[in-house]
Design a protein. Structure first.
Ligand code: SF4
Length: 357
């Protein structure tokens, strides 16, 4: 049984671990820093200790593989109009009771029934159709070891690499991802100090630290704040989040206030559009250049406006870019204000996307 597990292509040694006394090993991939006994699994259920060494059991075990518009992540200031070949595995290192992807995140992986896809296959599939790669749907860090290999290969072929994450990686993991080719990081902020403790037994400071350090490393960062009714939508918490966003990341980093819908174990009504508009307008007044509201297709606050003169620069309908007016040198065509956009605008037919396995 022991040897058979090690022999599987989806079972690989994790590079971030520390051997403790006897056969105990500490995982250094995320800030839970689990101490795992021999024969046991870490909190997320994707790392197993075999004879004192930690292995991931989900290397390349994919639960989904689809070409998706980058705006759906959402990334609004990164390769607009492009598509990213997007994939995920199982489980999570967080426990949000409102998880919108619980059919993936609440499933424990079964290494003996893995849907193994080698890194070369991912890059081969993306080339000629997508501009980049995205690890998403469930927490991408659970594919940390696999992401490193996919990212190196993808970058060597001219593709970009992105993560849609809860931002709870260790700094060592973040640096390794950056070195392997991580270009864009979308981080979900899930409330303030109290909400992180209550719903995830986690520390909000880690998430802001990682967003700030990623920006310093030259990674493109966007923040998403899911406004969960009666959980993360208290006005003082939203204002505190905007203040922290400005002090850690500055006014040019986009922040998306997204609409929550009841899911998994959370049954409060969907976020009211008034509340989302309030968050957007508060962020704008406090000095954020690019706030957005999400999951309200067709709303005017999905568009990008020039922070200087108010000109509409990018018009969107949900995940689609319907008009793009930023100049090639990334300026407002009316007043010349420099806009924070990474990569090029890609205009492609809607029919070419959403191909899965
Ligand atoms: S990645 Fe998993 S095993 Fe490692 S510290 Fe995080 S929760 Fe624990």
């Amino acid at each position: 049984m022991k040897n058979r597990l090690i022999d599987l292509p989806n079972v690989r040694l994790t590079p971030l671990q520390e051997r403790l006394r006897e056969d105990k090993t500490r995982c250094l991939v995320c800030e839970r820093r689990c101490v795992v006994d021999s024969g046991c699994y870490g909190f997320c259920g994707t790392k197993v200790n075999i004879d004192g060494k930690l292995y991931t059991i989900v290397y390349g075990d994919l639960s989904a593989l689809e070409s998706r518009p980058i705006e759906i992540k959402p990334f609004f200031h990164f390769w607009p109009g492009s598509t990213a070949l997007t994939f995920s595995t199982w489980s999570c290192n967080f426990t949000c009771p409102w998880c919108q992807n619980w059919h993936l995140s609440r499933v424990k992986p079964d290494p003996f029934n893995a849907n193994y896809v080698p890194p070369e296959k991912i890059v081969e599939k993306a080339l000629g159709r997508d501009e980049g790669i995205c690890v998403s749907f469930n927490e991408p860090l659970l594919l940390f070891e696999y992401s490193l290999d996919v990212f190196r290969l993808a970058r060597s072929k001219g593709l970009y690499n992105t993560y849609v994450s809860n931002g709870y990686m260790t700094l060592e993991a973040l640096r390794m991802l950056k070195d392997a080719g991580l270009d864009g990081l979308k981080i979900d902020v899930k409330g303030g100090r109290e909400e992180y403790i209550k719903y995830n037994s986690a520390n909000v400071d880690v998430v802001w630290r990682n967003a700030r350090e990623a920006l310093r490393m030259g990674i493109h960062v966007e923040i998403v704040y899911l406004m969960v009714t009666n959980a993360t939508d208290r006005e003082e918490v939203v204002v505190e989040t905007i203040e922290r966003h400005l002090s850690e990341l500055g006014p040019e980093t986009p922040i998306h206030f997204t609409r929550y819908y009841p899911a998994y174990r959370f049954h409060e009504p969907p976020t009211s559009v008034d509340k989302l508009e309030w968050a957007y307008e508060t962020a704008r007044k406090m000095g954020v250049y690019y706030p957005y509201i999400g999951n309200v297709p067709g709303h005017r606050y999905e568009n990008t406006y020039c922070p200087e003169c108010g000109e509409v620069l990018i018009k969107r309908y949900g995940m689609w870019v319907t008009k793009y007016r930023i100049t090639e040198d990334k300026k407002c065509p009316r007043c010349g204000f420099r806009i924070n956009i990474r990569g090029k605008y890609v205009k492609k037919s809607k029919l070419r996307i959403f191909f899965g396995f």
